[in-house]
Write a protein that binds this ligand. Structure first.
Ligand code: FAD
Length: 410
């Protein structure tokens, strides 16, 4: 248990007397939890093996997230606010529209650095070390890193989707609860955000413009196809759409996409520990959005810890976040593989978006994160007559344009 490094021993002893909270992982979840806990007067020791880094991610942050965390909006020079959006179905139908509330697209290095700096300023102690073991029990944890050992009273696991500790506190993710992703950070600029749906893949290709490069990626359910095949599909698509991957950096990563039963049994905290962000599996299984959930779970966890009512974290998650994710998990299969009136849901959705202003309105709210899944069905029922009328109108206009002779031919 003793470290040869005197500084480490001193830090360890100091923490023993002051019962620090250890946060493992300094991504958005860990960094925000660190900032809030330190600002609330807790002694916080935050470990990240890399600290700020370009984590494989689209970096898309919704309007809802910017509203909830205004300091992100204040960093507007650090992200690209994207308004132009295009959905492409697997058959090649396209729906292009303007978002009412732009999506803010961050480089993850910039986002993580900003959040870690807030934690540092709030008084959290940041350590660029990889945690290799967590032993002990509530009130007396021992965390090992290659350069020392640290005692902690409480452990917040925020180490992302790929970490060996999840299984120690709760159940490790099964392959069916994960998505695989592959992508490129491509030098150059563009301003159109594109989402391409794919036949036979429960996921999509995305093109997310960032301030000084483009984040392009592809995601699919683990087991549905291999990472190598996803990479090939993405490369083909990029080549067909005029993106060159010369000099682009490749990445691949996993992403939680929990099944309904897994969300039902989800444990987010226990005696002396809590899981937040991707470590807890808090990602929208349809869209892959995880940044909002990482930040919000960190906030709810920190509030519960600061109030000394640790069980409140799970209760707040049950009230606010888990019902949405549960519903998304139930709908996900139908969204990607279902059919309506003999056509795939996705083809219908893109066609509707192309032809109906009411549907585009709804899309804008979905992209902004302000339209939840729980009240989506009533809104769809309410809007259906308007959408159908708009589709009919658009078809009629199309037919008239075809039949009406042009002035020159007349
Ligand atoms: C390809 C891809 C694209 C995505 N695009 C989007 C998007 O556009 N919008 C969106 O909202 N979400 C997106 N997501 C999801 C989003 O990236 C995650 O939900 C988010 O990063 C979760 O934050 P986190 O802090 O929980 O985990 P992470 O961001 O993964 O952070 C975990 C941190 O823990 C550190 N760590 C891990 N193990 C250890 C250890 N043993 N010791 C010390 N440190 C450790 C890592 O270095 C890392 O910094 C995407 C995910 C992927 C994979």
């Amino acid at each position: 248990m003793e470290s040869e490094n005197p500084e480490r021993i001193e830090v360890g002893l100091k923490q023993e007397t002051q019962s620090p909270i250890a946060i493992v992982g300094g991504g958005p979840a860990g960094a925000l939890a660190g900032a809030l806990l330190a600002a609330g007067g807790e002694k916080v020791l935050l470990f990240d093996e890399k600290l700020a880094w370009e984590k494989p991610c689209g970096g898309g942050v919704t309007h809802k997230t910017l509203e909830q965390y205004p300091f992100l909006r204040e960093a507007h020079s650090e992200y690209k606010a994207v308004e132009d959006c295009e959905l492409i179905s697997s058959s090649g139908q396209r729906a292009r529209f303007q978002l009412r509330n732009p999506v803010a697209i961050f480089s993850r290095f910039v986002l993580n650095e900003m959040l870690l700096e807030r934690a540092r300023r709030a008084g959290a102690e940041l350590r660029k070390e990889r945690v290799t073991r967590i032993d002990g029990k509530a009130g007396d944890w021992l965390l090992s890193t290659p350069s020392g050992e640290y005692r902690a009273s409480y452990v917040v696991l925020a180490a992302g989707a790929r970490n060996p500790f999840r299984g120690q506190f709760s159940k490790a993710f099964a392959a069916d609860d994960l998505m695989v992703t592959a992508g490129y950070f491509i030098p150059g600029r563009c301003s159109l955000m594109q989402i391409q749906f794919l036949k036979g893949i429960s996921g999509y290709i995305w093109i997310f413009p960032r301030p000084d490069h483009v984040s392009a990626g592809i995601a699919g359910k683990m087991g549905e196809t291999s990472t190598a095949e996803l990479r090939r599909m993405l490369e083909r698509w990029l080549a067909d759409h005029g993106f060159s991957i010369e000099g682009a950096q490749f990445y691949s990563h996993i992403l939680p996409a929990l099944r309904p039963a897994t969300i039902e049994a989800l444990e987010v905290n226990g005696e002396g520990w809590a899981l937040i962000g991707d470590s807890a599996g808090l990602v929208d299984p349809i869209t892959g959005e995880g940044l909002y959930y990482a930040l919000r779970s960190a906030e709810l966890c920190a509030e519960a810890v600061l109030a000394g009512e640790h069980a409140r974290y799970k209760a707040r998650m049950e009230e606010e976040i888990l019902p949405e994710l549960r519903l998304a998990a139930r709908v996900s299969q139908r969204f990607y593989n279902g059919r309506v009136f003999g056509e795939s849901v996705l083809e219908r959705m893109v066609a509707l978006t192309q032809r109906s202003a009411t549907c585009r309105d709804l899309m804008c709210d979905l992209f902004a994160g302000i339209q939840g899944y729980r009240d989506l069905r009533p809104r769809l029922y309410r809007s259906l007559p308007a959408m159908l009328a708009e589709v009919l109108g658009s078809k009629l206009r199309g037919a008239l344009r075809i039949r009406r002779p042009s002035p020159s031919s007349a």
